[in-house]
Ligand binder design. Sequence first.
Ligand code: UDP
Length: 166
Amino acid sequence: MVLITARCAKALQLTLAVIKPDAVAHPLILEALHQKILENKFIIVKSKEIVWQRRDSERFYAEHKGRFFYQRLVEFMSSGPMWAYILAREEAVSHWRALMGPTKVFRARYVAPGSIRAGFGLTDTRNTTHGSDSEDSARREIAFFFPEFSVAEWMESAEPAFRAGP
Ligand code: UDP
């Protein structure tokens, strides 16, 4: 409890993180990624395994429709189970993005060799993780994956309790 108090001296932020089908297919990699989440001081607010239909994939990635990788992206994202998380910590959005590394795996290996995508990504599409890129997209994406969850309610109730400590 003392640790939680100390690390939550600043306001918590929520982000949406996803472990994509390429990683979930390998239990050891999934386990390593769970460890990474915890080692990096994220609080797991909610998590679940999820399988997308193709239409879910198309809806989530609608902004990329028409781009050269769109078809293979929507196929890949509905090809098997994924794990989705609502994560909390200070600056959760930027911390998770930094931990993921750049979108393109081969670039990640050069510029962020310790990142998740550098370590575990297979291709620019099968790149292991997703993370919201702003507080606004986190809110939208949390609602997409966890429609029953209210960010506002959590911020009102749970967040101050975490911050206050014992
Ligand atoms: N993607 C791809 N080829 C590309 C760029 C992106 O297959 O050249 C896929 C990749 O899986 C990526 C997703 O499309 O994670 C969404 O792309 P975005 O630009 O939003 O990158 P992200 O925010 O995931 O880093």
